[in-house]
Design a protein around this ligand. Structure first.
Ligand code: PEP
Length: 248
């Protein structure tokens, strides 16, 4: 049985003051939660999360990390720096990083290797664009993304990764994949994982991301291969985020 994970992606939002309110709201509503819950915040706020969330049952993490261990990489943040702030998760290969920062599948795979070696959990994003979906390429696109990731991971480490299926056309747009559409792709992703190790593929959590909200979360999270959500906009409001956690 896979334990569901609801992970907030705050993107480039927040301030010390607004974060304190949001984190307090989430913490206050979390006691009954039977799934894993995390927030991935801008790196400058990791210290705030560590101090606000230690012992709360809520985990925290980053939205990206360097593929390098240390050195002359101005502006980058290493995995060991994230560990200094007790991060548990790192989002990798988000479509916004791929689109605005030119991150390739190969770079995402390198980052994933480093994150897994360090003992943190990567939440690796894959997904197709609208043009790719409309031209019937969804399976080919996500399979190609998975091939690069799977070539970079030992079969024994498979269950250390979390995959997030995020159709690019659904992110921040208010358009959501129907539960059936999402389930179809999740099943494709699990079959790909199964080519590496059939047993461990059953343990890998595959999250759905793309305008998941309280009013669509229940149906999405009821699908057999949807093991949680990667939540953008709705993660910035504690009531909405908690409602999704509740459905998980
Ligand atoms: C995301 O950015 O990972 C995301 C899923 O955003 P939203 O929920 O706002 O679509």
């Amino acid at each position: 049985m896979r334990r569901k994970l609801v992970c907030g992606n705050w993107k480039m939002n927040g301030s010390l003051v607004s974060n304190a309110v949001l984190l307090a709201g989430i913490k206050a509503g979390l006691s009954q939660s039977s799934c894993d819950v995390a927030v991935c915040v801008p790196a400058v706020y990791l210290a705030q999360c560590q101090s606000a969330l230690t012992g709360s049952g809520l985990s925290w993490g980053a939205q990206d990390v360097s593929a390098h261990a240390s050195g002359a990489y101005t502006g980058e943040i290493s995995v060991s720096m994230l560990q200094d702030f007790s991060c548990e998760y790192v989002i990798l290969g988000h479509s916004e990083r791929r689109a605005y920062h030119g991150e390739s599948d190969a770079l995402v795979a390198l980052k994933m290797q480093r994150v897994i070696q360090s003992g943190l959990t990567p939440v690796v994003c894959v997904g197709e664009s609208l043009a790719e979906r409309e031209s019937g390429q969804t399976e080919a696109v996500v399979s190609a993304q998975m091939d690069v990731l799977l070539a970079a991971i030992d079969a024994a480490d498979l269950a250390k990764m979390v995959i997030a299926y995020e159709p690019v056309w659904a992110i921040g747009t208010g358009k959501t994949a129907t539960p059936e559409m999402a389930q179809d792709v999740h099943a494709i992703l699990r079959a790909k994982l199964g080519q590496k190790n059939g047993e461990l593929a059953q343990a890998v959590r595959i999250l759905y991301g793309g305008s998941m909200k309280p009013d669509n979360a229940r149906e999405l999270l009821a699908m057999p291969d949807i093991d949680g959500g990667l939540i953008g906009g709705a993660a910035l409001n504690s009531a909405d985020f908690l409602a999704i956690v509740h459905f998980a």
